[in-house]
Design a binder for this molecule. Sequence first.
Ligand SMILES: C[S@@+](CC[C@H](N)C(=O)[O-])C[C@H]1O[C@@H](n2cnc3c(N)ncnc32)[C@H](O)[C@@H]1O
Length: 285
Amino acid sequence: MAAGLFRAEMSMLSSTLARTYSIPFRKTLISFDSRIAMQRNSLPRTRHSRVASLSSSSPSHSRNFPVPGIEDVFVGYLFGRKKATEVAHVVWEQVIQKGDMVIDATCGNGNDTLAMLKMVTDDSDYFGGCVYAMDVQKESIESTSSLLYQTLGSKESFSIYAEGMQKERVKLFNMCHSKMEEIVPENSSVRMVAFNLGYLPGGNKSIITVSNTTVLALRAAERILMPGGLISLVVYIGHPGGREELEVVEAFGSSLPVSDWVCCKLQMLNRPLAPILVFMFKREK
Ligand SMILES: C[S@@+](CC[C@H](N)C(=O)[O-])C[C@H]1O[C@@H](n2cnc3c(N)ncnc32)[C@H](O)[C@@H]1O
């Protein structure tokens, strides 16, 4: 089969028990974004360009800008018609290339994992690309698996992973994101680490991301991210501890050296509980 496969791996790092399985990756649903260049990991990428590229201090300095659709989403966000997560996704598209390895540090219901998967893979399976997705809740791992199955393949196609026979596109880990370095293969180039902080929508609201592990995860992300990579955060502050977590995120981003990082925040002024977007772009050398 020409189509790729993804492997869902539910593992407790502290446990010797790990379930590993995979399903066919339906090729027709992965054919999207023909705008992204066909050269694996090569820069600049070919995008439809309407304005000249930005200066060399910009994250987009080696690319044509903007991506079609990005203005719509940003302007939509400014006028209250687009969600923070939609803005995050178009920003990811600026950075992620086919074949990349990316990390979803809070997979929850799997919406972000699915979006990332579509950005790193293509229907020919030529580029490879994979998403490492994690969550502390088993329920989230199951929810993400379920979304992937619904979107990419049927339950019937669920099969035991046979080493060497199937390719992995998504790996799911039931673990804390502060330990992400333990699951990323050594010397990997990680293009993006994305966080969608807070609690699982529709789930247990007492299980939330917390400042002390979030900052550990951010430090880990800083260590493993490749130049030209992105740490992306959507921060929710409507729940207890949310504001403190935002302060920790802001302090972390503010501390990164300007010579190596571009860090910014998007926040609604008159919607005090609206999610806040934080982007930390690691400059290319
Ligand atoms: C806002 S939800 C994520 C939504 C998800 N990105 C989506 O697309 O549906 C936040 C998730 O973070 C998870 N979480 C909380 N603490 C965590 C930790 N230390 N490490 C990894 N995930 C964590 C929660 O269980 C929850 O599922």
